[in-house]
Design a protein around this ligand. Structure first.
Ligand code: FAD
Length: 459
């Protein structure tokens, strides 16, 4: 039997899933074997994470299971820890067992980005990112647990610290998470916490630049700041986070300092650092250098796209590269898969070209901001556009149906605002019971006990 080329897809996110879906559709099994490697068994539809954190969408519905969606591909749950494209061999660390090497013929590098952090004292100990579904679930439970803590104490300091929520980074991910979670907390307080008032909360967004939402025009960004400010939220432009102390004292570059139990870092991303363990060419920002055809420069059978790739933007001035967003990722994946099929059939690959259409952002239930093809929308129409656009984009009919069902149920019944705090540490009670059984005495409280009883850190 003739050798079937192995197409190795590193990462099953936007680019990886959409590439594999298209290869699965266009290549028969006998033509090539597609292997998708990702540490998670699912793709995450990141634009829905803020709604998942706010309880408008069930978290399971914002992820797409790889094995169910890619029945004709081989899915490996593990991480690629490095590769030599010269030898066409990748190192795989499965979730269990010894690492091993995998030989391939064609490479698709789609391992995305990671949070770009700074060496700020206390950030690693107290901060949390907002890039995956675990972080979204954690934050939802954490914010609601802070309301429970504040409502169950008479200590004004504990209450103030619990009700102060600090976000760093004003791109769309940060602004959406900030606004959606505030909206949920406000709703919860009004309906279920008679001892608290929305005015007791303090929501602070810290942004180093002089504006937020660089994806939309300045007037739309200024409108968004005004809307959030009217809601009582505190937007600090031209300000940086300086440090966080062990007792959660947040210090800002404008001289302000306050205690805050919640610190969310959404100040940008950087290409996956795993690229340093490969022989793929990278630019000064650590991104894989690509040709307009999405082939890696100098390596015609290696391809890349998405957040970790420097792809020339043919709609802009020479030297410009496409922005790291879902709009490009999904279109690049389609072009990339079609180009792989073309090359396997002995045809020429086609350059990628897409002019950025604009951005839509949700700012809470019935609130949003959008700028698409030059059309600017504010409030309810923008929010509606955000929902219709993303439900049309989320992969598979199954996920579309479930997300729409979640939204429909939320309009019929009240919003679900219960904190499942036990999810943060499910074995705690059992371990405590087992330890008590052994010694006959209650063990001393652990840091988790203290966190659950009122001083949890967002770490
Ligand atoms: C909260 C949030 C909201 C967003 N909202 C929008 C929006 O409204 N509009 C928009 O256009 N964009 C949005 N984005 C950006 C968009 O989601 C990304 O640009 C897009 O996901 C990039 O696709 P990707 O395939 O490059 O990376 P990803 O989708 O992140 O996929 C990378 C995959 O690689 C896997 N991986 C990581 N390391 C390894 C390894 N060593 N080996 C194998 N696999 C690995 C990861 O598990 C992941 O599945 C948002 C992002 C976030 C975080």
């Amino acid at each position: 039997m003739a050798h079937r080329p192995v197409v190795l897809v590193v990462g099953g996110g936007y680019v990886g899933l959409y590439t594999a879906l298209r290869l699965q559709k266009r290549l028969s099994r006998g033509r090539a074997e597609v292997v998708v490697v990702d540490p998670q068994p699912h793709m995450t539809y990141q634009p829905f994470l803020p709604e998942a954190a706010a309880g408008s969408v069930e978290p399971r519905h914002v992820v797409v299971p790889l094995r169910r969606t890619l029945p004709r591909c081989r899915v490996v749950t593990g991480a690629v820890t490095g590769l030599s494209h010269a030898d066409k061999r990748a190192r795989i660390a499965p979730i269990e067992g010894e690492p091993y090497e995998l030989s391939y013929d064609v490479l698709v590098m789609a391992a995305g980005s990671v949070a770009r952090t700074l060496p700020i004292p206390g950030l690693a100990e107290h901060g949390i990112g907002f890039k995956n579904v675990g972080e979204a679930i954690y934050l939802r439970n954490h914010v609601l647990a802070r309301l429970d803590a504040a409502s169950s104490t008479d200590d004004p300091e504990v209450r103030r610290r619990a009700l102060t929520f600090t976000f760093v980074g004003g791109g769309y991910a940060g602004v959406e998470a900030f606004a959606e979670l505030e909206d949920m907390a406000r709703y919860a307080i009004i309906h279920y916490y008679p001892r608290l008032s929305p005015d007791d909360m303090r929501w602070v967004l810290v942004e180093a630049m002089g504006r937020i939402l660089p994806e939309v025009d300045l007037d739309m960004a200024a409108w968004t700041v005004k809307q959030l400010t009217v809601r009582g939220m505190d937007i600090r432009l031209n300000t940086r986070l300086e440090s966080v102390s062990d007792d959660c004292l947040v210090r800002l570059s404008d001289g302000d300092e306050f205690a805050s139990d919640t610190l969310v870092w959404t100040a940008g991303t950087k290409p996956n650092p795993m690229l340093a363990e490969t022989d793929l060419p990278v630019d000064e920002r650590g991104r894989v250098v690509c040709e307009p055809t999405l082939q890696v420069r100098g390596m015609p059978d290696a391809w890349s796209a998405g957040d970790l790739a420097a792809v020339p933007d043919l709609t802009k001035e020479p030297g410009a590269t496409t922005a790291p967003n879902a709009q490009h990722a999904v279109r690049q994946a389609k072009r990339l898969a079609d180009n792989i099929v073309a090359v396997l059939q002995g045809k020429e690959p086609v350059p990628y070209r897409h002019a950025y259409a604009g951005s839509v952002a949700s700012l809470g239930l019935h609130k949003g901001v959008a700028q698409v093809y030059g059309v600017k929308l504010k409030g309810w129409p923008a929010w509606f556009m955000h929902r219709t656009y993303h439900v049309s984009r989320v992969p598979t009919f199954n996920r579309k149906a479930r997300v729409v069902a979640d939204w429909t149920l939320a309009t019929v019944f009240r919003r679900e605002v219960i904190s499942l705090g036990q999810l943060q540490d499910p074995r705690r009670e059992f371990v405590q019971a087992a330890n008590t059984g052994r010694t006959g005495q209650l063990p001393p409280p652990t840091s988790e006990d203290r966190a659950q009883s009122g001083s949890a850190q967002a770490s």
